[in-house]
Design a binder for this molecule. Structure first.
Ligand SMILES: NC(=O)c1ccc[n+]([C@@H]2O[C@H](COP(=O)([O-])OP(=O)(O)OC[C@H]3O[C@@H](n4cnc5c(N)ncnc54)[C@H](OP(=O)(O)O)[C@@H]3O)[C@@H](O)[C@H]2O)c1
Length: 322
């Protein structure tokens, strides 16, 4: 089969289309014929050897695939060949991939493969931060950093659907209209203005009840300054660098809290995982949550896709089509 592979760590140029054996599903796993593979910021870290999981060279990047179940391993009874699915896995920048059956989500008829591949990581990450790590309720103010990005644009909509007032941040004014179109009440350019001052102004000095931060070093400390009393900052990434350690005593001032989030925690809790899947698909069905496919690329253009994501110019979900 054709797959995007890398034989050495490095920049986007190390990604090349090559031939790899079609993987066989082991016990409890299924094989998917991939129709769309999701590109995540994490893939750019994986390519450089800086992600939680380390590559085993030569390796195939990719953590998400949507497509059709093609073969099932021993013991898998609830999934059958021919089913349309989306899933979290590994090595998904390929014509076929194998994934644990527990990580497979059947796709409802109303969801196509490209929208479906924006679901398992970005949508569920946004959903669980807003409704599992935190309880977002009407009237709360939620700040979503990098609001035009894959997780960000979904988080804006899920927070709005929960009745929150949403302040999105972006690094370029060219993303303003888009973030507003997807429901943000206000958008702040956090590269050219001090977003903490802006948040305080916009909330009459009360501050934000929740901040979703995957930027890290440039934003975390400022974020703590613009939290409301009992406010909550969730750190779930570090696109701008690993943040400096937090002085816990600084949390006393307004009884605030900081927590971390990684989706894998929820993926291993079947009830919570399924509740998130059902509720997020329901929001899509009701038209309250729309996937934004920023751009689709053929496999040969995987380097270009990674460059685009790293340039901070991409919006929404980037997709690779095998
Ligand atoms: N913890 C989890 O389980 C989990 C799951 C999914 C994603 N994440 C994290 O969430 C973040 C968003 O992921 P995504 O896949 O949806 O990507 P994305 O938001 O579509 O793309 C990354 C965005 O990060 C922002 N950014 C800030 N500083 C940056 C820098 N120095 N270099 C490049 N980009 C920078 C850019 O937007 P602006 O410049 O407009 O801010 C850029 O568009 C990533 O940090 C990712 O690792 C975490």
């Amino acid at each position: 089969m054709k797959a995007v592979m890398f034989h050495e760590l490095g920049g986007p140029e190390v990604l090349k289309v090559g031939e790899a054996p079609v993987p066989e599903p082991r016990k409890g796993w299924v094989r998917i014929k991939v129709h769309a593979s999701g590109i995540n910021f994490a893939d750019t870290l994986f390519r450089q050897g800086q992600y939680l999981m380390k590559p085993n060279l030569p390796d195939i990047p990719g953590l998400e695939a949507a497509g059709v179940v093609d073969a099932v391993g021993e013991g898998v009874t609830h999934l059958k060949p021919g089913m349309r699915v989306t899933a979290i896995g590994t090595k998904t920048y390929a014509e076929y991939c194998t994934v644990s059956a527990a990580q497979v989500i059947p796709l409802p008829d109303h969801v196509g493969y490209e929208d479906g591949v924006a679901f398992p990581i970005q949508t569920l990450t946004a959903y669980h931060m807003l409704h599992t790590s935190h309880t977002t309720t009407p009237g709360q103010t939620v700040v979503v950093h990098s609001a035009a990005g894959g997780v960000g644009i979904v988080a804006v909509q899920i927070a709005k659907a929960a009745g929150a007032r949403v302040i999105g941040t972006v690094s370029s004014n060219s993303k303003f209209d888009l973030v507003k179109q997807y429901g943000a009440d206000e958008v702040v350019n956090y590269a050219s203005t001090d977003f903490a001052d802006e948040v305080m102004k916009l909330t009459d000095n009360k501050g934000a009840d929740l901040i979703l931060d995957a930027v890290g070093k440039p934003t975390l400390e400022k974020g703590l300054k613009c939290l409301a009393p009992f406010g909550h900052l969730i750190l779930y990434g570090r696109a701008g660098g690993i943040p400096d350690p937090v002085n816990l005593m600084s949390l006393f001032q307004k009884s605030t809290k900081v927590s971390g989030f990684v989706l894998y925690t929820v993926s291993s809790m079947p009830d919570k995982h399924q509740a998130g899947v059902d509720k997020a698909f329901q929001l899509m069905k009701e038209g309250k949550l729309k996937m934004l496919i920023g751009k689709s690329y053929p496999m040969a253009e995987a380097p270009e896709a990674h460059r685009h994501m790293e340039s901070r110019g991409s919006v929404g979900k980037l997709v690779l089509i095998p």
